[in-house]
Write a protein that binds this ligand. Structure first.
Ligand SMILES: Cc1cc2nc3c(=O)[nH]c(=O)nc-3n(C[C@H](O)[C@H](O)[C@H](O)COP(=O)(O)OP(=O)(O)OC[C@H]3O[C@@H](n4cnc5c(N)ncnc54)[C@H](O)[C@@H]3O)c2cc1C
Ligand code: SF4
Ligand code: SF4
Length: 1010
């Protein structure tokens, strides 16, 4: 092992290698300390990486109590974790990581009439709001990570979001927190009344609650002057401990729905607010087990406007004026953001004058649209008529408002998807200053970036002076790291001078903790007192907020390495920093393009929401980022290279079922299915294909041909559950799975030639090759395949149907590129000639088109493969162009059927789903029900297998439910696999008499032309 390899392995060694088996025996939830599990929790949405020693997924509070007891006995610290979307490294630790998102994610109780709800910490914020929405309520804090971040972590982090200018941050909605303290005591943290200098404890107050409250009241009272003077002027902060609002006046009579007050420190105040202190403590003071949260009535109407400014000074004046109109959102974008968006779509800059330097997007929410319109008019009057904006555009309803956000939505992924090692980087991304000081801050910030050679695009919550700026930096480059440190020093000094905060809402975490002493000066020792009151042994998140004594002194090899420069700073613990070096694996994973792809995942966690497996599996291993994290672990030498041949490791990577949604939804567009396939390629190269069944399943054409020949007998076997049951142990295919039945082609009634106007005919190809795909060929030859040929022929197009091999998608997905290449080559040999004559290759199945148009070129990169790829067209898109012409539309007979449309994942990736939907809409005059239900769950051969059957059905459940609710005559989807899953999950029938028919869209078009 080289020194570099040894260093890399040392980085990932457990710092607390104790015997966790006793903990495993004691708790109901999973306890894991193998390298693979630790790797999944070594990173988060931050740029840092820290390897835990053990991971626990508690089932309930009892498990948490037992794990805390174990931690105390063995001196192992605990770091809590929700979705790991915290961007400052606050969910990373070297001891036990406790993941609350897997099991402790219930909404315990909602009391809409009393305005509160009780939740477990791991509930996802959007799930919480969906439930509250059914009562017409919502929980106001709303980070843009709300589809995947957890409520408990939001409390712990004091998360905000765009709406906090109107409704504050998490700390403003806490009625009672059930917290486990490190010494094993349970405390109910709630706002306590203070009268005549004494705390009025409720009768059920525990000893812990009393002890903490008395001590904290003393800290606040003794330091009242200091806290009042030193409080940051910024209107939001998630930095340090919130001692600044620990004591405040009784504001329980204030109607927070109507008016959000800033809570002022008040030494004589009537409330000792323990939840506010806990909020923002980032898991360093106690473990949240349950929270009672104030919830509000959800306003029904929204309107807004965009305002244009020619300087930051003018923009800041606008912000201050607008505060009086009580906006719900007040967001700022600087000019460079608009320029970036316009590079991808010049229409986005249309109507935006050159003089624009800064733009505000403002929203108002109310119950009555007259109120929202009034607010918009008032804002236009204040900012445009009276200045300082030079122009503005009202958006009186939600649709117009959506357009206003387009620039922001388009620009963010463009910035994230930039190639190369210089990436938008979060390290000084969350400073907040009083809004009226924004011009000084923006000018100073830009100057610092410029002088240190960083480009930056500014956006953020302007109404609260909280800017999110991710300058482009290369963490691998020592010079860049030095410049990052310098820029952080300078920016934080600037913020201090403006009485701002170094974190408006993202938290301090590992990254900003080293700066707290400098930022808070005389207040910092009070933070130490707080930590000592709650967690004197540093058992909770010990590198955060107030770091443990041993982490401050070099001693432990890891900690000296991590502290790097002698003292910790913003570049300590970097994921891809000075300790990072690619280690050759001697496999195809060493290709630079593959390595770049693996390193591209920035860990944001959005895939926890969009990956179909993660949505139902809940455990981190199901997320897309899990695959990137594992592979990065190996290529960086932090995981043993032998794991590339390990069955367990492979099982984890195989949790990518190549639905390809990563290519649509992932902000950095990491090709997770691609890197998973490369992994499988090296696995197969070295270990073989994994048995006869796997081999057979990767050859749907061979199986199809054989099955079709003896269709009668094969279908009898397929229909017989007893026989399927017998086969299950040999094939691994679940006996409950209804497999599609083989059909021999009998031919369909010829269509009469259609009357095609000459100008349309001129646009159509004269000849095409139909690529039917295995499903159409062997299971639906008289449906999908024959009807496509009939329709094209009726349009006067010459149709070729050479005998083609499978597109290879199954082999490619399984990593059998070698096997796929031979099939591809044969297909290309047959396709090239007609393509060179100008013929198009027409696909009715999205997965086959994805293979030919994209995968073939990836694994067989030749000039002629590209020629073929460029000739691929989607049948639906082509026929939509034809039948949307009035002369052609006239020739369609109404179907008179209620049709429900399911979008296959691969259509979404190829962006051809809209065309299919629009084509079906032409047939039933716009009455198609769009199921909009995500992945069907079968995905190739994934859901066929016994091990995956239940999960596959769970993934498909939203689709089944929506179909049952829609009660359609026909369910249609362009993908045979999705059709198979629909037949599995809902009542269907061939003739539509006893359940909906399941048909390919082209079959419907054919019916309309017959
Ligand atoms: C793309 C993106 C956009 C974002 N936008 C916003 C935004 O607009 N506004 C905003 O405020 N933030 C934003 N964030 C930051 C982040 O999403 C929030 O801080 C969020 O609240 C973190 O939730 P999580 O479940 O991922 O928590 P994690 O990152 O897993 O944990 C956050 C903290 O909570 C602690 N914690 C978790 N559970 C418990 C518990 N039971 N007891 C005690 N402590 C606990 C952890 O120890 C950690 O310190 C964004 C992040 C990303 C990646
Ligand atoms: S795979 Fe994409 S969505 Fe998932 S964490 Fe990585 S960057 Fe984010
Ligand atoms: S491609 Fe699909 S299955 Fe694979 S990681 Fe991405 S979302 Fe999950």
């Amino acid at each position: 092992m080289s020194t570099a390899q040894a260093d890399a392995r040392a980085y990932s060694k457990p710092l607390y290698p104790v015997d966790y088996s006793r903990l495993r025996r004691n708790v109901r939830g999973a306890v894991r300390w193998d390298d693979i599990s630790r790797a999944l929790y070594a990173s988060s949405a931050s740029i840092v990486e820290l390897w835990p020693s053990c991971v626990v997924e508690p089932m309930d509070a009892d498990d948490v109590v037992k794990a805390m007891q174990f931690a105390r006995e063995h001196g192992v610290p605990i770091t809590c974790r929700g979705a790991g979307s915290g961007v400052a490294g606050q969910s990373l630790g070297q001891g036990i990581i406790m993941d609350f998102s897997v099991h402790m994610n219930r909404i315990v109780e909602v009391q809409p009439s009393h305005g509160w709800a009780r939740v477990q910490p791991g509930v996802v914020k959007d799930d919480f709001d969906t439930e509250l929405g059914s009562f017409g309520m919502f929980w106001p804090p709303d980070p843009s990570s709300s589809p995947w971040c957890t409520v408990g972590a939001m409390v712990s982090n004091n998360s905000g979001g765009a709406k906090s200018i109107r409704w504050g941050t998490a700390k403003d909605y806490l009625l009672e927190l059930d917290v486990l303290l490190p010494d094993g005591e349970r405390a109910r943290l709630r706002p306590l009344k203070v009268a005549n200098g004494a705390i009025e404890f409720p009768a059920d107050a525990t000893a812990a609650e009393r002890r903490l409250a008395e001590a904290l009241l003393k800290v606040a009272r003794d330091n009242a002057k200091l806290l009042k003077e030193q409080r940051p002027e910024a209107t939001r902060s998630s930095s340090g401990y919130n001692l600044f609002e620990l004591l405040h006046a009784d504001n329980s009579s204030v109607d927070i729905q109507a008016y959000y007050p800033r809570t002022e420190f008040d030494a004589e105040g009537g409330i000792l607010d323990l939840p506010r202190l806990f909020s923002g403590s980032e898991g360093t003071l106690g473990i949240l087990l349950e929270a009672k949260l104030r919830v509000l009535k959800l306003p029904r109407k929204q309107a807004g406007l965009t305002l244009y400014f020619d300087s930051n000074q003018a923009m800041a004046e606008g912000v201050v004026k607008l505060l009086d109109t009580r906006p719900t959102k007040l967001e700022v974008l600087d000019r460079s953001f608009i320029d970036v968006a316009a590079r991808s779509d010049p229409r986005l800059a249309e109507g935006i004058p050159d003089r624009l330097q800064s733009m505000l997007i403002v929203e108002y929410w109310a119950d009555d649209e007259r109120d929202t319109a009034k607010s918009v008019d008032a804002a236009l009057e204040l900012c445009v008529k009276q200045g300082p904006a030079f122009d503005g555009k009202a958006a009186y309803d939600a649709a117009e408002l959506e357009k206003a956000w387009t620039v922001r939505k388009v620009a963010s992924p463009i910035l994230s998807r930039v190639k190369g090692d210089h990436k938008p980087t979060r390290w000084i991304e969350d400073c907040a200053v009083p809004p009226w000081k924004l011009p000084q801050f923006i000018d100073g910030f830009k100057r610092i970036c410029e002088s240190n050679g960083f480009t930056a695009h500014l956006f953020g919550h302007g109404g609260e002076g909280n800017l999110h700026v991710n300058p482009f930096a290369n963490c691998k480059d020592p010079a860049d790291r030095e410049r990052m440190r310098k820029a952080a020093d300078e920016v934080f000094e600037l913020v201090k001078g403006l009485k701002g905060t170094i974190s408006g809402e993202h938290g301090d975490g590992l990254m900003r903790t080293p700066y707290l002493q400098r930022m808070y000066g005389e207040v910092y020792p009070l933070f130490e007192q707080v930590k000592a009151l709650f967690d004197p042994r540093f058992l909770l998140n010990p590198l955060n907020k107030v770091p443990s004594p041993e982490s401050r002194v070099p001693g432990q090899p890891q900690q000296t390495r991590d502290t790097g420069h002698g003292t910790r700073d913003i570049t300590s613990f970097l994921r891809v920093g000075e300790d990072y070096a690619r280690q050759p694996t001697g496999t195809v994973l060493d290709r630079p393009s593959v390595l770049e792809e693996i390193e591209k995942c920035h860990g944001c966690g959005k895939c926890r929401n969009y990956c179909p497996l993660m949505r139902v599996g809940k455990e981190e291993k199901y997320s897309a980022r899990a695959k990137a994290n594992l592979l990065r672990g190996v290529v960086a030498g932090r995981l043993d290279v032998d794991l590339l041949l390990d069955a367990e490791f492979k099982a984890n990577i195989d949790l990518c079922i190549a639905c390809e949604q990563c290519l649509v939804e992932c902000p950095t567009q990491v090709d997770i299915p691609g890197i998973s396939m490369v992994f499988r390629e090296q696995f197969i190269d070295r270990k073989g294909k994994g048995g006869m069944v796997a081999d057979l399943l990767s050859k749907p054409d061979k199986m199809g041909k054989a099955g079709q020949k003896v269709a009668g007998m094969a279908n009898t076997i397929l229909r017989n559950r007893f026989l399927r049951g017998m086969a299950q142990s040999v094939t691994g295919l679940d006996e409950r799975r209804k497999l599609p039945e083989y059909h021999k082609p009998h031919g369909v009634k010829r269509l009469k030639p259609l009357e095609v106007p000459p100008e349309l005919r001129a646009k159509l190809p004269t000849e095409v090759v139909v690529f039917p795909g295995c499903y159409a060929e062997y299971y639906d030859p008289d449906g999908e395949k024959a009807t496509l040929i009939e329709i094209l022929t009726a349009l006067g197009i010459t149709v070729h149907t050479p005998a083609l091999n499978c597109c290879g998608i199954s082999k490619i997905t399984q990593g059998d590129n070698r096997g796929a290449k031979a099939d591809i080559q044969e297909n290309i040999d047959k396709l090239l000639k007609p393509v060179r004559r100008g013929a198009k290759i027409v696909f009715s199945a999205p997965s086959c088109m994805l293979a030919a148009a994209r995968e073939w070129t990836r694994i067989h990169d030749t000039g002629y493969t590209h020629e073929v790829a460029q000739a691929c067209v989607d049948a639906h898109a082509m026929l939509l162009e034809v039948f949307r012409q009035p002369e052609m539309r006239k020739q369609l007979k109404p179907l008179g059927k209620r049709v429900a449309w399911h979008l296959p994942c691969h259509s979404k990736v190829l962006k051809i789903g809209d065309a299919a939907k629009a084509l079906i809409d032409l047939l039933d005059e716009g009455t198609t029900v769009d199921l909009n239900a995500g992945c069907c769950g079968l995905s190739g051969t994934f859901g066929l297998k016994t091990d995956n059957f239940d999960m596959s059905i769970k993934i498909g459940q939203p689709m089944f439910t929506k179909i049952n609710l829609a009660r359609p005559d026909v369910v249609t989807s362009s993908c045979g696999i999705c059709q198979t899953q629909i037949r599995q999950g809902v009542k269907t029938s061939e003739d539509g008499k006893d359940g909906a028919q399941v048909l390919h869209p082209l079959r419907l078009l054919y019916e309309a032309l017959k």
